[in-house]
Design a protein around this ligand. Structure first.
Ligand SMILES: Cc1cc2nc3c(=O)[nH]c(=O)nc-3n(C[C@H](O)[C@H](O)[C@H](O)COP(=O)(O)OP(=O)(O)OC[C@H]3O[C@@H](n4cnc5c(N)ncnc54)[C@H](O)[C@@H]3O)c2cc1C
Length: 385
């Protein structure tokens, strides 16, 4: 057992664990962050496309992603490292009346939550996303303050700052048990040793359920498989992330954007969902998504695809994260179940984790914590996934 007693131990150095460790240290806490992989961001973080939007339907996700956007967009000026942040916006396109209706209805919630978002008629949308198929286009929502950045650059930048603030990192080290005494966390055991703490943060992503079980708890988080792909870099031609919510055989929605260095990065939501933790890419994904992308924006047919990959979404039954203290084990905090938005939620959730750990809450936190509570009834779902 190490002689250092940590104020907080973060399990997982991914999209959520890394900014959580940083935010906890910013509050003056002595923090240890442990990850089973050889370096930060090697779980689902490195599989994310890099899309960052506050355009959601659930108020808590909107609030947390607005916090994340503030951090991503100001990071380079504040800390010097480039995250390849680009404020290109998000465009949800509508080709079916039911999609137009749903997106317009959501605008009411989104505007009430303070989002800069509006409806664009077809010609205006084509100016924002030139090359979209004009035939049948009914318009779409456009949120210019959303954007994108590099998940691996972000993870490394957050780690650098965390180290500068005194966070200890231990990689290649798996947590094997959360130690408890009289209903309280007292430390963690790993495959290499043990560490004392009164506060553990579960930020174990797709593996969150098994980590909760290490403390005698449970969490309704199950991994499901999603593939992404990337093209060669080309000259800038597209600003926003384009999201098409129409279903097609094999997939629900699909989306793509041009990353700041020039590559087009793309992904779809498999339908039906592929539940499980198999991270091997398939031969079905590329032909299906390529067809959809070229139909929506024919000029994409000129691009060469460099590679595809498969990663895991840490899914919850209602599509919203689980963040908050456990009612059963004092000193245990969940920051899990980020579904398809863990990269964009990471900094906002990390800052919230630090406020939970220190008790220094902000106006509006109670509503967010109610919505994301580990003990909520899991019904309903997120309209925009
Ligand atoms: C194809 C694809 C595209 C995506 N695109 C986007 C996007 O554009 N924008 C977006 O916001 N999100 C996107 N996502 C989702 C995003 O990747 C995830 O929601 C996010 O990475 C989850 O973050 P996390 O910190 O919860 O998990 P992770 O980043 O996976 O981190 C969890 C960490 O916990 C560690 N761990 C687990 N168990 C233990 C243990 N026992 N001991 C020690 N360490 C442990 C793991 O090693 C891992 O590093 C995408 C995902 C995929 C697959």
């Amino acid at each position: 057992m190490s002689s250092t007693v940590y104020d907080a131990i973060v399990i997982g150095a991914g999209s959520v664990g890394m900014p959580s460790a940083m935010a906890l240290a910013e509050q003056g806490l002595k923090v240890l962050c442990l990850d089973a992989f050889a370096s930060g961001g090697q779980g689902s973080n490195k599989c994310a496309l890099g899309g960052i939007r506050a355009t959601h339907s659930a108020p808590a996700k909107i609030r947390l992603c607005l916090d994340s956007l503030a951090l991503f967009s100001s990071w380079e000026a504040a800390h010097g490292d480039s995250l390849e942040w680009y404020q290109g916006g998000y465009a949800f396109v509508a080709y079916r009346p039911e999609d137009e209706r749903m997106l317009k209805e959501l605008l009411v919630v989104q505007k009430a939550a303070g989002l800069n978002i509006g409806w664009l008629e077809p010609e205006a949308l084509l100016r924002v996303a030139p090359g979209l198929l004009r035939d049948g286009l009914l318009g779409g929502t456009y949120s210019p303050e959303d954007g994108s950045a590099s998940p691996m650059r972000s993870n490394l930048a957050f780690q650098r700052r965390a180290v500068a603030l005194g966070v200890d990192f231990r990689f290649n080290e798996r947590v094997t048990s959360i130690m408890r005494r009289k209903g309280k966390v007292v430390g963690v055991r790993t495959d290499k040793g043990g560490f004392a703490t009164g506060c553990v943060i579960n930020a174990a992503g797709a593996w969150a359920r098994s980590v909760a079980q290490l403390g005698g708890l449970d969490a309704p988080v199950a991994p499901d498989c999603h593939e992404g792909g990337i093209t060669e870099p080309v000259a800038p031609f597209l600003d926003p992330m384009v999201v098409d919510i129409r279903p097609a055989p094999g997939s629900a929605n699909f989306y793509f954007y041009q990353h700041r260095p020039g590559q087009v990065i793309f992904c779809y939501t498999p339908s039906p969902a592929i539940v499980g933790s198999d991270r091997r890419e398939t031969s079905a994904f590329l032909p299906q998504i390529a067809r959809r992308m070229v139909e929506l924006m024919p000029k994409l047919g000129n691009l060469k695809v460099r590679r595809t990959w498969r990663g895991l979404y840490p899914m919850t039954p209602d599509g919203s994260p689980i963040v908050g203290r456990s009612p059963e084990l004092e000193g245990y905090i969940d920051a899990i179940g980020m579904c398809g938005q863990g990269y964009m939620l990471g900094p906002g959730v990390g800052a919230l984790v630090a406020r939970i750990a220190t008790g220094a809450f902000r106006d509006g936190d109670d509503a967010i914590l109610r919505e994301l509570s580990p003990s909520r009834v899991f019904g309903g779902g997120e309209a925009l996934g």
